[in-house]
Design a protein. Structure first.
Length: 37
């Protein structure tokens, strides 16, 4: 993550707060992003 899709800053913020940012992507179905604090 964070390589050209605009998630670098949110990922860094989540890491600073001991959180986690995950992504699940499926062809022709879109992507799901999860933020866990």
């Amino acid at each position: 993550m964070g390589s050209g899709i605009g998630l670098r800053l949110p990922r860094q913020i989540m890491q600073l707060h001991n959180g986690q940012l995950t992504a699940d992507s499926k062809p022709d179905a879109g992507s799901t992003f999860s933020l866990t604090f």
